[in-house]
Write a protein that binds this ligand. Structure first.
Ligand SMILES: Nc1ncnc2c1ncn2[C@@H]1O[C@H](COP(=O)(O)OP(=O)(O)O)[C@@H](O)[C@H]1O
Ligand SMILES: [Mg+2]
Length: 343
């Protein structure tokens, strides 16, 4: 009934098979200013069918701003956004959805007390019968929801159970299956694993991979390099609103990515400071390697824009001492320490 490119109700999509080499969505030097706050600047990004593009970055790096532009919630104020090679400017999320760009937000728009199948069709219910006596086609909705969830490898005991009784991970999975069913070509996931434990995160990552297998282009937002590396084909790291790294999987190791996220040079500087404070056995701390090679030179070419003066996008990860202002290991979002001048 449904194929991977045609939703039954949702977007009407081209019949042409997805070409892996042509991006569905592309950003060229895109940016966004809120008044005079520049949240995002000079970002290049491509989303290909059948590939997972991971967008990483610390709190405030601009990740949400980036996906709000692609999902039609905000308009870019610089650069270009292209869909299928055509420049677009979305007025509302509906415009993006019409082109097959679906977003699964962290706070999922579900009705907790309604059954799973009902939530699956929320807002796009199947009906039967002619107009004056049209009514919900409950049997067909249940059957379809069951089929679609199974197609994604999601097995739930009972679709009658209220969706609120599912785990956070399962709810994310239902939302992913729903987006696929309604014709999404691009699936945007905003930190789907941020609030989940290890096991549930694994379940969600499995369906991220399943969406890719079905030919969708996935944008996976996370600040966890381990999660990103498990499923990612491409990694873009944002810092203070600009791209500081853009690397294909073949060009970067998990270790390099992790170090990048943790700010290898900044950690090294912090270790140095801690050694002077005393009371910390610095030698017992894990090694930090500030020398992360820029992968194939692609890393910084791809940003297409020079780092703004004063921003912490110092070339490579061997950030010059004095440019690093915050140490923020993944997860420990509040730790802010000045690493200036002491390296
Ligand atoms: N609506 C807004 N108005 C003004 N500034 C904003 C708005 N949304 C985000 N920002 C600012 O833009 C920067 C990037 O934010 P955001 O995209 O939410 O980052 P992330 O999702 O990576 O944590 C932050 O400095 C934030 O304060
Ligand atoms: Mg965010």
């Amino acid at each position: 009934m449904t194929s991977k490119t045609t939703g039954t109700h949702g977007a009407v999509l081209a019949d042409t098979p997805p070409e892996r080499d042509r991006p569905i969505v592309e950003l060229r030097g895109a940016g966004k200013a809120y008044g005079n706050i520049r949240a995002l600047h000079g970002v290049d990004l491509a989303v290909h069918p059948g590939r997972v593009t991971c967008v990483l970055g610390d709190n405030g790096a601009g990740k949400s701003t980036l996906i709000k532009i692609i999902s039609g919630l905000h308009q870019h104020t610089e650069g270009e956004v292209l869909v299928d090679g055509e420049p677009v400017r979305f007025g509302t999320p509906r415009d993006a959805l019409a082109l097959g760009i679906a977003t699964v937000y962290q706070d999922l728009a579900t009705v907790p007390l309604m059954p799973v199948w009902r939530n699956f069709f929320l807002g796009s219910e199947m009906t039967k019968g002619p107009w004056p006596v049209r009514r919900l086609d409950i049997a067909r909705m249940k059957r379809t929801a069951d089929e679609e969830l199974r197609n994604m490898g999601i097995v739930l005991d009972d679709l009658e159970q209220p969706i609120g009784t599912l785990s956070g991970g399962q709810r994310q999975c239902v939302a992913i299956a729903r987006a696929v069913y309604f014709g999404a070509r691009v699936l945007i996931l905003d930190e789907p694993t941020a609030a989940l434990g290890v096991k549930q995160s694994g379940v969600v990552l499995k369906y991220v991979a399943a969406a890719r297998e079905r030919g969708l282009g996935v944008i996976f937002i996370t600040h966890n390099p381990h999660h990103a590396y498990l499923v990612g084909d491409h990694f873009s790291v944002l810092r203070l609103g600009t791209l500081e790294l853009s690397a294909a999987r073949a060009d970067i190791t998990l270790e390099q990515l992790t170090n990048h996220m943790a700010g290898g040079a900044e950690l090294a500087a912090l270790k140095h400071e801690l050694a002077q404070v005393g009371g910390v056995d610095v030698d017992a701390l894990p090694a930090t390697d500030p020398e992360i090679p820029a992968p194939g030179g692609a890393a910084h070419d791809a940003t297409g824009s020079a780092a703004a003066p004063g921003s912490a996008t110092a070339a490579g990860s061997a950030a010059a001492p004095g440019s690093a202002t915050a140490v923020d290991t993944t997860g420990a979002a509040d730790s802010t320490a000045s690493a200036e001048g002491k390296a």
